[in-house]
Design a protein around this ligand. Structure first.
Ligand SMILES: Cc1cc2nc3c(=O)[nH]c(=O)nc-3n(C[C@H](O)[C@H](O)[C@H](O)COP(=O)(O)OP(=O)(O)OC[C@H]3O[C@@H](n4cnc5c(N)ncnc54)[C@H](O)[C@@H]3O)c2cc1C
Length: 522
């Protein structure tokens, strides 16, 4: 995947079959599905892939236990099926994780036990293992820091966990492997029409400042919380389709939740679900759910959200994190399909919606990471109809994603997190063997090596220090201060890979440091 090559491919005046706007889960899923059917496909992302919501999730590939409680069986079934497919198609990035619901009253064992048995039942052949009620002792063995006061036991079940931004990069690489084109830093500015039908998209190469036109038979709008802004580029009077809900997370050291399981609290003080999940040798605690009108790719967690997470963590963990223990705090915005004018967002549907406007613009919105593949398939079906493309069936059901074939990191000396690179880990290892300076770890608190920066620049279209530290590695999300410390080294390696000067490096360090301070709480 190379940005200059993508730009050159866009010079072509031959119309593309499918043009996707937005490089998050939804857009990447649609683009991969289109390219896998053999359609000529291009994806344009205004910032970096997964810059928006798709790098800010709770990192779960799940059926959604709480949708079961809401009685949304079709969504749970679809999610469980997709969870199974994803575990098979991207085993390097998605894995099975045990979760424990601690119980404090005897009726809860029955209530949650039965609910999770129903979850198992719905999983059918995609089940990740049977859930079961466990004793107090076993609960403490799996979750040594869970609050033991009045603890009666727990219910243990299985769900999927993943690295969201790395899966997005993997999808962009899959798109490229399939002959499609992905371009980051390319905002779509407007549409050109003939007889009220969209014929071209006008976009900007944000690096050079040059605008360019791309001809396309069908256009998919998959722009998350910016869905309505793009719909208004097509029709200034378009009715708003989505509403946004904020969710925040905090990240702390693994010592706050040692053991092999995640903690799941089905109902916190205000009725929300709370997770504490081991992730990349840290613990992610979240999330919140509140309506917001402020749409941004870089939302900041509110002090009230942090307080809520700290307070509830203290309720369920013996070792409760304080503000000073927080290594990183981040927020994301869910694009939720408007069901009505009701502002209580946790009651809105998580199902995805596809709307086709008079101009032929296919808008894909709502849904969740877990169901991105199905969302993409549905959107491409509509785009093919609208664009008059030859009918071809989706081919992504059983398609392995980039790097999936071999469970990498098998070489003993390879860092364990290289598993996420899949088959590419072998080449990373070869580069590091050939130049030992590339094997150097960049920060004592994080496992990332210099070779990963080189790899990100050459193979993963990383263009800025932020791309590397936030989404190619997950340094910013795991430990924002360590990420700030790493920035000069990253700027120097990336600068030399991209042929940039010292001034660029200084600007990059300053911009990243300012951004990363938003993830630090002190
Ligand atoms: C707090 C939180 C926790 C979540 N946890 C989970 C979870 O654990 N599991 C799960 O399955 N789901 C989860 N979700 C849901 C999931 O993260 C989202 O549904 C999904 O990431 C949305 O992807 P998207 O592609 O629609 O939006 P985005 O990821 O926001 O992507 C849209 C992209 O469009 C780009 N764009 C916008 N305008 C333009 C333009 N004019 N030109 C070009 N590009 C443009 C943006 O820059 C952005 O990158 C969570 C969501 C939140 C908020």
């Amino acid at each position: 995947m190379n940005r200059d090559e993508s730009l050159r491919a866009l010079d072509s005046r031959d119309p593309w079959d499918v043009l996707v706007i937005g490089g998050g889960a939804s857009g990447l899923g649609a683009a991969v599905d289109a390219a896998a059917r053999g359609y000529r496909t291009v994806l344009l992302e205004q910032h970096d892939f997964a810059k928006g919501t798709s790098s800010r999730s709770t990192k779960l590939i799940h059926g959604g236990v709480r949708y079961l409680k809401q009685g949304n069986l079709s969504l749970v079934l679809e999610s469980l099926r997709e969870r199974g497919r994803l575990l098979r198609n991207a085993p390097h990035l998605v894995s099975r994780l045990p979760f424990i619901v601690p119980v404090h009253r005897s009726w809860e064992k029955l209530y949650y036990g039965l609910g999770l048995k129903a979850y198992d039942g719905l999983s059918g052949r995609w089940s990740l293992g049977p859930s079961r009620v466990i004793s107090r002792e076993e609960t403490l063995q799996h979750l040594p820091t869970v609050a033991a006061n009045e603890l009666r036991g727990g219910v243990r079940y299985f769900d999927g966990q993943f690295d969201d931004a790395r899966l997005a990069i993997c999808l962009a690489q899959t798109l490229s492997d399939l002959g499609g084109v992905a371009l980051n830093y390319a905002p779509v500015l407007r549409f050109l029409k003939d007889n009220d039908r969209i014929t071209d998209v006008v976009a900007r190469d944000a690096e050079s400042g040059n605008d360019f036109e791309v001809r396309a038979r069908s256009v998919i709008n998959a722009t998350g919380v910016f869905t309505d802004a793009v719909r208004r580029l097509d029709d200034a009077g378009a009715t708003p389709l989505i509403t946004a809900s904020r969710g925040a997370h905090i990240v702390v050291d693994r010592s706050f939740l040692p053991g092999d399981s995640a903690l799941m609290v089905p109902e916190t003080t205000d009725g929300r679900v709370l997770f504490a999940i081991p992730w990349h040798e840290h613990v992610v605690i979240g999330t919140t759910d509140s309506a917001t009108d402020e749409l941004s790719n870089e939302p900041h967690p509110f002090a009230t959200e942090i307080e809520f997470l700290i307070e509830n963590a203290a309720r369920y963990l013996t070792k409760a994190p304080g503000v000073r223990d927080i290594r990183s705090a981040f927020a994301g915005l869910r694009p939720l399909v408007r069901a009505s004018t009701d502002r209580r967002t946790s009651k809105l549907a998580r199902d995805h919606t596809i709307v086709v406007s008079r101009s032929g613009l296919v808008t894909l919105t709502g849904g969740k990471w877990t169901t991105y593949r199905q969302m993409g398939e549905d959107a491409v079906n509509r785009a093919a109809e609208v664009g008059g493309l030859e009918r071809r069936a989706s081919a992504t059901n059983e398609m392995l994603l980039h790097g999936a074939r071999l469970v990498a990191g098998s070489k003993e000396s390879a860092p364990t997190h290289w598993r996420g690179y899949g088959t590419d880990a072998e080449q990373l290892g070869q580069w590091a063997d050939a130049d030992p300076s590339l094997a150097a770890q960049l920060h004592p608190r994080l496992p990332y090596r210099a070779v990963e920066i080189v790899w990100a620049a050459r193979r993963e279209m990383a263009r800025t220090v932020e791309d590397v530290l936030a989404r190619r590695t997950r340094a910013l999300f795991l430990d924002a201060r360590a990420a700030i410390d790493m920035a000069p080294k990253v700027a120097s390696i990336l600068g030399s890979e991209l042929g940039r000067d010292a001034n660029w490096e200084r600007e990059q360090i300053a911009a990243f440091t300012t951004l990363a301070h938003g993830y630090c709480l002190e």
